[in-house]
Design a protein around this ligand. Structure first.
Ligand code: FES
Length: 86
């Protein structure tokens, strides 16, 4: 039997989502079927692509700082915003 870490929650664009402590923001959003995690300057939806920090398609904002969702661990109560100008 696989044991999971502690279940936590975080906010993405005003909605709460579940996560497991230690997983990446990208993994947690994918498990919740959130595929559009940023918008290009043209407004077109973007999402996770390379999952290794190379493409920048997963950039989100935390406290005004842009981070890669595929390389950033989620934390309980974390407030994340969809990036629009990347
Ligand atoms: S999915 Fe490519 S940098 Fe995160």
């Amino acid at each position: 039997m696989i044991e999971r870490s502690v279940e936590i929650s975080f906010e993405f664009d005003g909605k709460n989502y579940p996560a497991f402590d230690g997983e990446t923001i990208a993994a947690a959003l994918l498990r919740s079927n959130v595929l559009n995690i940023r918008n290009a300057p043209s407004g077109s939806p973007r999402g996770i692509f390379c999952v290794m920090g190379a493409c920048q398609e997963c950039v989100v904002e935390i406290d005004g700082i842009k981070v890669e969702a595929c390389r950033t661990s989620v934390a309980d109560g974390l407030i994340i915003k969809r990036a629009h100008d990347v």
